[in-house]
Write a protein that binds this ligand. Structure first.
Ligand code: ADP
Length: 640
């Protein structure tokens, strides 16, 4: 057993082992490394003379002395071996006299040399890598001593050559720490993690205004932490760029806010005088007038409405773009909307001698839940275009639905015409803002190019799409879809025609700061039969009036100097006033409707207060009175 172990050991040895007989210099035994390194099989090597393979002159002399009986204890020397293939192997060898003979142990000097060269090469590669990075590198050993660093580190920390020459780690770290705004941070960083496995990441502001990023990780060897590598990056420029970006973002945000505020203000400022123009024209229309005057009045009205249309388009567009457009979700009768719109365009069809048809498929539910105002807006826009661009033939609108899920339908509205049509390459562009099919059309027909863009955004808000199929010179077929609930809900009512819908003795208070608009609302109410009207110029006056008299109906402007309409309403409700308050506002941008209702208003109309909207609001008040009476068990006969 013992000899097997010995053989194993011998086989594992990487040096050449030879046992030589001192009297005739014959090789008595060899190990596998000797065979492989010298290139002889064991049986050939044993039996050869040592001087057959050790061929340097010095070797030959040495072995002759051995044979001559000279005493050798242990000798270390260099020698040259001849391999079986004739090549030479330089070796460092130890020769020792043992009981059984002379033991020769030899190692390949070349291999050692190569290993040393390799190591030197690796070291220089490592240094080159270390110097090539843009980061400062500092390597500390497990006792916190500087094991390595690159020149970039010295440059980053502005370490003087004299200090580097000292090789004084303490002085080096002191110098680095002193450059920081908080020197203690660096000391803690360099000394705090000598043995742990954590990776660290710190931002280090320097006194001179630069910002460094310091990351570190443990250096390991054979699962042992043998030190820590620190990597220092100058991030001053990046930091500055980030700060500039943050500042730009902040100023863009505040510019956006300023834009929204500006739009809200514009909306109010433009729509307030529009109320005066359109309202006054409507009042004039109700007065006796000559045929010539009628033409003037209708020009004022149509110009006012055209201007209002443009203003509303711009506001709508800004509102959707600022994601401030919220849709209503109320029950309505689509047939009623189609009938209203049809009524609106009948005169146009007659004027241009166009055939005009509107149809709604049987399958369209009687009550749909969604935003009737916006659906009407899209429909009016498409029909407006169809009439605008068609001079002969017909214009038609058809509404159909496809069921989606139980209780939900996809509405599909088609508006076709036999007008000028649109070139195929233009069809895509007309739904993007400010784009028109071609500028010559615009010069001829006018328009802002916003209409279809708004329609597209509204359709998207309703989970739908819009598109067109068209052929130049033949006509166009615009279509849009919208997802709606098929619901059981309150149907929108058609506004009543102007007639005496108010009792003469209904006590009414009109609160409005703008004198023209005060007159417009007052006169319109008179047209509706009201005789008992009071006026207030602001919220405070309104509250004072209400303390003295009892009003059934109050028209309250939302925005007024001193006390605004919302505040006044809250004050009245707090004092127990139960009048029906209709908010009136020129503000189309903000979500004022909800605020108005929350403040205690019963209804809300938007300026310009056109006759029909006012009539519809008064009608809603009448409906609530009737409902209240029915609830009390009274017959609905009372005139309201
Ligand atoms: P505008 O307010 O300028 O009419 P729109 O967005 O409503 O803007 O329409 C964009 C363009 O699309 C129009 O200028 C016109 O060139 C084209 N267009 C829209 N509808 C029709 C139609 N029914 N027939 C032919 N061209 C149309």
């Amino acid at each position: 057993m013992k000899s097997i172990y010995q053989e194993v050991l011998l086989a594992a040895a990487e040096e050449i082992l030879l046992l030589v007989a001192p009297d005739d210099l014959a090789i008595l035994a060899v190990n596998p490394a000797a065979c492989s390194m010298l290139g002889y099989p064991a049986e050939v090597l044993t039996g050869m003379s040592i001087t057959d393979i050790e061929c340097a002159l010095a070797d030959v002399f040495f072995w002759e002395e051995v044979r001559g009986g000279s005493a050798i204890e242990e000798q270390v020397m260099e020698g040259l071996y001849r391999r079986a293939d004739g090549s030479l192997l330089a070796a460092s060898k130890t020769v020792r006299r043992i009981a059984q003979g002379v033991l020769v142990r030899a190692t390949d000097i070349g291999a050692q040399q190569r290993a040393e060269d390799e190591l030197a090469l690796m070291a220089s590669r490592l240094r080159a890598t270390l110097e090539a990075t843009a980061d400062g590198i500092l390597v500390l050993d497990q006792d916190g001593r500087v094991a390595n660093m690159n020149r970039r580190l010295a440059r980053l920390w502005l370490l003087p050559e004299a200090l580097l020459a000292l090789h004084d780690d303490g002085a080096l770290i002191d110098h680095m720490a002193a450059a920081l705004e908080e020197p203690a941070v660096l000391r803690a960083l360099l000394t705090g993690h000598a043995k742990d496995l954590k990776e660290t990441f710190d931002i280090l502001p320097l006194r001179d205004g630069r910002i460094f990023e310091a990351s570190s990780r443990p250096a390991r060897h054979d699962e042992q932490v043998i030190g820590r590598v620190f990597c220092i990056t100058d991030v001053t420029e990046r930091h500055k760029a980030e700060q500039a970006l943050i500042a730009a973002r902040d100023s863009a945000n505040s510019a956006n806010r300023a834009k929204s505020d500006f739009l809200a203000m514009m909306s109010h400022e433009i729509r307030t005088p529009m109320n005066g123009i359109i309202g006054m024209a409507q009042l004039l229309e109700m007065e006796p007038h000559t045929a010539e005057q009628r033409e003037y009045i209708s020009t004022i009205q149509s110009s006012g409405e055209a201007l209002l249309g443009i203003i509303n388009d711009i506001l709508d567009y800004s509102k959707i773009e600022a994601r401030k457009m919220s849709l209503e979700n109320i029950g309505f009768d689509l047939r009623q909307i189609v009938a209203d719109v049809e009524k609106l365009f009948r005169p146009k069809a007659a004027e241009k001698a166009l055939a005009f048809s509107a149809s709604v498929a049987e399958s369209v539910p009687r009550v749909l839940v969604g935003d009737p105002t916006r659906l009407r807006q899209i429909l009016i826009n498409l029909l407006g275009n169809a009439f605008k661009f068609t001079s002969s033939g017909l214009v038609g609108v058809h509404v159909d639905v496809a069921p989606l899920t139980p209780g939900r339908v996809s509405l599909r509205v088609t508006v076709s015409d036999t007008g000028i049509g649109i070139a195929p390459d233009k069809c895509r562009h007309i739904f993007t803002p400010f784009e028109q099919a071609d500028m010559s059309t615009t010069r001829r027909y006018g328009g802002t190019g916003l209409g279809l863009a708004i329609c597209r955004m509204l359709c998207e808000l309703m989970n739908g799409e819009i598109g067109v199929d068209s052929e130049e010179g033949v006509g166009s077929r615009f279509w849009f879809t919208a997802e709606l609930e098929a619901g059981i809900g309150e149907e929108g009512r058609a506004p009543e025609a102007p007639r005496a819908i108010l009792r003469q003795n209904t006590r009414i208070l009109v609160v409005e700061d703008n004198p023209i608009n005060r007159t417009v609302i007052g006169r319109m109410l008179e047209r509706f039969g009201a005789r008992d009207l009071d006026f207030a110029e602001n919220g405070e006056e309104a509250v004072a009036h209400c303390a003295e008299s009892h009003y059934e109906l109050i028209f309250m402007d939302a925005r007024m100097p001193r006390m605004d309409g919302l505040e006044a309403t809250r004050a009245l409700r707090a004092a127990g006033n139960t009048a029906y308050i209709i908010g009136v506002s020129a503000d189309a941008m903000s979500e004022e409707r909800d605020e108005a209702l929350a403040a205690g208003m019963n209804d809300y109309v938007v300026k310009p207060v056109v006759r029909d909207a006012l009539a519809a609001s008064i009608d809603r008040w009448r409906q609530t009175l009737i409902a209240a009476h029915l609830a009390e068990g009274a017959a609905p006969h009372r005139e309201v």
